[in-house]
Design a protein around this ligand. Structure first.
Ligand code: C5P
Length: 234
């Protein structure tokens, strides 16, 4: 089975503070996107990586890939992204050649996912699951609220049992035809690709995620990511 990874990297990264698009910010001197690309290409199963660049940043991302050492057995393609993550993923899927059986979708904002997690996701899709998501139990209790926008206290609606909740990560792995159909069918906004497959009525399953697959979203996450990299080099 031929496996490709699509990396949406077109987000602005507003929550990280002002500056360059999030994926192009550096961790210990190397752009986050390069870390994410290497994390996908580290799997021997991944033969193609499609990077979805900021809409006006495809040329910059292409030269970035050319400037960094990447495995020779992997092909790399760069396409411009869209307004939403969902649209960016769709544009990435449109760039896949024939003959791809399994597709991973991986956030550029999760630069440090270990290769064992990537391989575990691929393995489960290979074994016949249409959609596979790495996930971890929650440390925090989660409350459902009625959101307010004026800063007033938010009323709590419910407290779902923490034992039944999981925090999901990427790469999420899919049977190629299933993911394509999901993106053609589901039009409302979603925050992960697996939920689109759920909406098709298909089973999504979870495999164990990894602490180091956390999403770099806020400034503190940059500190943690650089500490993880330093520990790996030690
Ligand atoms: O905003 P969020 O952290 O959920 O973004 C997750 C991933 O989706 C990031 O890697 C980001 O670059 C990407 N994204 C995208 N196109 C957008 C918005 C987000 O590729 N329009």
């Amino acid at each position: 089975a031929r496996t490709a990874a699509v990396i949406p990297a077109a987000g602005r990264g507003v929550r990280l503070g002002p500056g360059t698009p999030k994926a192009l910010r550096t961790l210990n001197g190397t752009p986050m996107l390069i870390h994410a690309v290497r994390a996908m290409a580290a799997s021997r199963s991944v033969s193609l990586v499609v990077v979805v660049a900021p809409p006006d940043g495809a040329a910059e991302v292409k030269s970035l890939l050319a400037d960094h050492a990447l495995p020779e057995r992997t092909d790399f393609v760069v396409v411009p992204g869209g307004e939403s993550r969902q649209e960016s993923v769709k544009l990435g899927l449109d760039a896949l050649p024939d003959g791809i059986d399994i597709v991973l979708v991986h956030d550029a904002a999760r630069p440090l996912v270990p290769v064992d997690t990537v391989d575990a996701v691929i393995e489960a899709v290979r074994d016949g699951q249409p959609a596979v998501v790495p996930a971890l139990p929650l440390a925090d209790t989660v409350k459902e609220v009625v959101p307010t926008t004026d800063g007033s206290p938010e009323p709590v609606v419910a407290t779902p049992s923490r034992a039944r909740l999981r925090a999901v990560q990427t790469p999420q792995g899919f049977d190629h035809d299933t993911l394509r159909r999901a993106h053609e069918t589901v039009t409302e906004d979603v925050t992960d690709d697996a939920s689109m497959v759920e909406q098709l009525g298909l089973q999504v399953v979870l495999v164990p995620g990894h602490e180091e697959a956390f999403k770099v979203t806020r400034p503190l996450d940059l500190v943690l990511a650089e500490a993880v990299l330093a520990r790996r080099r030690a």
